[in-house]
Design a protein around this ligand. Sequence first.
Ligand code: MN
Length: 286
Amino acid sequence: MTSNQVRQSRRIERQVIGRPTSDGAGVKLTRVLTQPLQRRLDPFLMLDAFGSDNPDDYIAGFPDHPHRGFETITYMIAGRMRHRDSAGHEGLLENGGVQWMTAGRGVIHSEIPQQEAGVMEGFQLWLNLPASEKMSAPWYRDFAAAELPRFVTDAGVDVTVIAGESHGVTGAVTREATAPLYLDLHLPAGARFEQPLPAGHNAFVYAYRGEVRIGAETLPAQRMAILANDAGADGVSIEAVGEAKVLLIAGRPLKEAIAQYGPFVMNTDQEIYQALNDFRDGRLAQ
Ligand code: MN
């Protein structure tokens, strides 16, 4: 894509309100992308938003637990969390940093808050792996905020490119099979941001501060908009009503069967039983 101009924007197909839940050792969070939306938003499997200034909501963190078959991308807006995993990776994730972990054939890891007070806010996105890469070796990288590619548009939109490519800027991570785009957009009041998107890629927007307009519709804060795959649309145009902060996430669907059991996401039930057996027998993360 050479031009960043969008001729015709996608429209909002559906707005989704996240579901309050808890995970790990009792961390309160909002599940924005839930299991019933996995097919529609293929290759994305889950998006959790967490944000609280009450330590009781986050302090217990996520003690040792396994994953197999996909990637987890944690974006920390505020707060400090320490990651340790069975592949020997360790990292401190804080204030605007991103952690990208490819579980592949298996990791056991912990994600534990490193603060006893204050605000903890961020997101965890699950990105599926193609069948051919589900049993690949685990991979891990963390990026401090200053290491993430960033640019500011003429309209004053501050763009952090976590994955993919936007306006000629390549993100921290790129992936061939799913071609994920993951942008954090900070828009001044009234500013517009345009992003070309291949028509076949599934895309959604999550407004985490303020509200934005997409086409004729307004998306309020703390809502996700699933963007329609209109054949005639060549991207998305997002306009801030007041000051707004949104995530724009898109990717190429894998169109493969999805079999999920908790932290394992494979293609068949047989592969899920295998993952459970491997975990039970201590072979998951070897
Ligand atoms: Mn985890």
